[in-house]
Ligand binder design. Structure first.
Ligand code: ARG
Ligand code: ZN
Length: 464
């Protein structure tokens, strides 16, 4: 949805030859058609995402057979060509592609690792809106990503009777074809068909539950705001819904039927956190919020408007952490995977603010001290390698970057920086330089040195 930086087409010998040929050709139309790039130039994930087009909307229609863990699906991708395209790629890993249509005409396709290369029967022209429809299916194969060595990503079974797709950063390509990079956000509709007694939970608003003749049900979920592919969620299992419509945002949580009542009530604090965050940062970015608790899932993740939690993850800090991500991470999203501190440092810092709010300044200081001491040598969080994307340093030294900024500029300016950085970039993408420039503008100070030391310095600097 947001515009993608144009990737320069690298001229190689072939195109030089073609150019020479063209000097004599009567029409330049053929020459202009080029394949879309197979990546977006992310330093850590060069082949995630694709160039040459911008997706506006995905419609994922997916039927799931639990016994065999098989999916049968159709994905409709509505996009805009950003250049003339002889072919373009989507990211899809494993599964079998049955057929591809572009603008209702059969298209040729090839598979190359996790690239699905689509060649429309008629080349696309720059500025043209087009629709690709991909019929595919099979058993999703979980994806290994060095950023998260402790778990696999994508669609998978977490325990008997519970399947869920969690994808940060690369996993969504194991269950639907997409432009799999946060730079290309889009709206989504999910039509998930599962047998009774299962419920299918996804992002956004549940608009319809259809009872089909064959004892299956189709759950239709609309995500009406732009979403990065890594935040797409599908969770299938037996769930009971708990709704709270008393606050500013409807909260609907999904729990397995035998969930301990203490786990269910642990999430009651969400409404208070929601109001507090709206007050600090501005409107909640999506239509509704909630969590889905999936047995056997070992962590928590901020899947957009419907965070996913394991059964034992319901500490207030984690509940708050995933809620803060709806603003920082999901609405304001990184441009390069190397900037995870903009998500994790921010979400972690709000834990300090929350304990400060509830238990006073000493509790806030206690958080800062604990972060400083969480590891005697927290490495620089600003330019991590893949295996460091979700390291202690990104979370805690990332949070300390904000604490140091607050000490430097004072409370009033600091909270104004957070609020306006959010409002200026809602539903968009940012990088570290954007945040530094914004903080400098609002504080009327040079902050390069402070950010350099905290983000890239080998040793933790002294606080201002
Ligand atoms: N962003 C998540 C959080 O901090 C978890 C990140 C690590 N796990 C992952 N699958 N990427 O809440
Ligand atoms: Zn996080």
């Amino acid at each position: 949805m947001t515009s993608i930086p144009t990737i320069a087409f690298k001229p190689h010998l072939l195109s030089v030859l073609r150019l020479a040929l063209l000097m004599f050709a009567s029409s330049a139309a053929v020459f202009a058609q080029q394949p879309g790039a197979d990546g977006l130039g992310d330093r850590l994930y060069p082949r995630l995402g694709n160039g040459g087009y911008d997706v506006g909307h995905y419609a994922i229609d997916l039927a799931f057979t639990p016994e065999s863990n098989t999916i049968a699906a159709t994905a409709i991708v509505e996009a805009l060509a950003l250049q003339d395209l002889s072919s373009f790629n989507l990211d899809l890993s494993g599964l079998v592609v049955d057929n591809v249509f572009v603008n209702d005409e059969t298209a040729r396709f090839d598979r190359d690792d996790s690239e699905l290369v689509i060649s429309p029967s008629q080349a696309l022209t720059n500025g043209e809106a087009f629709t690709a429809r991909i019929a595919y299916g099979g058993v999703p194969a979980p994806i290994s990503d060095p950023a998260v060595p402790w778990l696999k990503l994508g669609w998978q079974r977490w325990t008997e009777g519970y399947v869920a797709a969690v994808s940060e950063p690369s996993g969504s390509m194991n269950w639907f074809p997409s432009n799999n990079h946060p730079l290309d956000k889009a709206t989504f509709v999910f039509r998930l068909t599962v047998p009774q007694p299962y419920t299918a939970v996804a992002n956004g608003v549940l608009s319809e539950t259809i009872n089909n003749a064959d004892d299956t049900r189709t759950f239709v979920w609309h995500m009406r705001q732009p979403m990065a592919s890594y935040l797409a969620l599908a969770a299938v299992g037996e769930f009971v819904e708990f709704r709270d419509e008393s606050g500013p945002i409807i909260i609907r949580n999904y729990f397995p039927p035998d969930t301990d009542p203490g786990t269910i009530t642990a999430y009651d604090v969400t409404g208070e956190m929601m109001s507090w965050l709206i007050n600090l940062l501005g409107p909640y970015p999506f239509d509704e919020y909630g969590v889905v608790v999936v047995p056997g899932f070992p962590m928590a993740l901020e899947t957009q408007s419907m965070s996913i939690f394991g059964e034992t993850m319901h500490d207030p800090e984690i509940i708050l952490h995933e809620l803060v991500h709806q603003w920082f991470g999901n609405s304001v999203t990184l441009m390069n995977w190397t900037d995870t501190w903009l998500h994790e440092g921010f979400a972690s810092y709000f834990d300090a603010l929350w304990v400060g709010e509830h238990y006073g300044a000493r509790a806030y200081d206690g958080y800062v001290t604990a972060a400083l001491n969480s590891n005697t040598a927290l490495p620089a969080p600003g330019n991590p390698e893949k295996h460091e994307l979700f390291s202690l340093s990104v979370y805690f030294r990332g949070a300390l970057v904000l604490h140091a900024l607050r000490e430097e500029v004072g409370d009033e300016t600091f909270f104004e920086i957070l609020r306006t950085f959010y409002s200026a970039n809602a539903y968009g993408n940012v990088d570290t330089a954007d945040f530094i420039a914004h903080a400098e503008r609002l504080s009327q100070r040079e902050l390069d040195e402070l950010f350099d030391a905290w983000l890239y310095g080998e040793r933790i600097p002294d606080l201002p």
